[in-house]
Write a new protein. Structure first.
Length: 103
């Protein structure tokens, strides 16, 4: 079991550092610009959203993980109703993946 609170805390830190994008359109735009290093999906995101972003991540070879609920990740970044988060910084993305995989 991953330490979700610490991982969400790191997500909040990357948000405050300005190293994330959120929402479907912004994430797709940044993926197309090759600026996304990691995608995080809410566990309760719609099946359509999950399918779309899993296909995108596989196509461009970006790691994608499910982490927390929409409410949890939205609270972590200080926004409302965000189901998809893109991490634009390689160091934050490596640390988040390390914490997810440590579990």
């Amino acid at each position: 079991m991953i330490n979700k609170d610490k991982t969400l805390g790191l997500l909040g830190l990357s948000s405050r550092a300005g190293k994330i994008v959120f929402g479907t359109d912004a994430c797709i735009e940044y993926v197309n610009k090759n600026k996304i290093k990691l995608l995080l999906l809410a566990q309760d995101a719609s099946d359509r959203t999950k399918l779309k972003f899993n296909e995108i991540a596989k196509k461009v070879q970006i790691p994608i993980y499910e982490l927390g609920t929409i409410d949890e990740i939205s609270k972590a970044i200080g926004k409302k109703n965000k189901a998809i988060i893109g991490i634009t910084d390689i160091n934050f993305s490596k640390e988040i993946v390390k914490r997810i995989n440590r579990g």
